[in-house]
Design a protein around this ligand. Structure first.
Ligand SMILES: [Zn+2]
Length: 179
């Protein structure tokens, strides 16, 4: 089991290449994993679960709204919070979770893709530009996550290094940051 490598669908292969191409010069999935970990560790236990919605939370929020009479789902507090915070809204042929003002909620699994798209759309813009782009499409992507993503971006980092190098010799602390 798992020993025979399946024949790669050429279309899939091409897509993987394209994805790899767009990933170049951007934070990796591993970077993103660390960013989330760092962000969540800074929050209280109570806030942590609601700060980024994983697939299960996303699904349970939808369920709390769609089946208001189901009292078996998690806790009354959770159901109350989900109903007061979100809506279930038709989108194309699907139903999705949105905020009350109708903005799609990004489940944790989607955030990295959104960040990539928005950071490129803002042409490696800083935290505020990238954040503004993110907010055009999605809710529930914390600003801190956007800020850390931009900070970790290798393309932006090398731009910062170049501009600080052109200002004169690096101080010891700068040298430490660049190393
Ligand atoms: Zn960048």
């Amino acid at each position: 089991m798992g020993l025979v490598k399946p024949v790669q669908d050429p279309k899939e292969e091409a897509r993987a290449l394209v994805d790899g191409e767009t990933d170049r010069g951007l934070p990796t999935a591993y970077d993103f994993h660390l960013i989330c970990y760092e962000y969540l560790s800074g929050l209280s236990h109570k806030k942590r679960e609601k700060a980024l919605l994983n697939g299960t939370m996303y699904h349970d929020c939808m369920a709390a709204i769609r089946n208001p009479k189901d009292t078996t789902l998690r806790t009354p507090q959770f159901r109350y919070w989900a109903r007061k915070t979100f809506r279930v809204t038709p989108y194309h042929k699907d139903m999705i979770l949105t905020t009350i003002d109708g903005k799609p909620v990004a489940a944790r699994e989607r955030i990295l893709g959104v960040l990539k798209h928005c950071h490129l759309a803002s042409q490696h813009g800083g935290r505020d530009k990238t954040s503004a782009e993110v907010r055009k499409f999605y809710a529930w992507i914390p600003k801190e996550i956007v800020a850390k993503y931009v900070q970790k971006c290798p393309t932006c980092q090398s731009k910062r290094t170049l501009s600080s190098a052109s200002l004169g010799p690096m101080s010891d602390s700068q040298r430490f940051l660049v190393a």
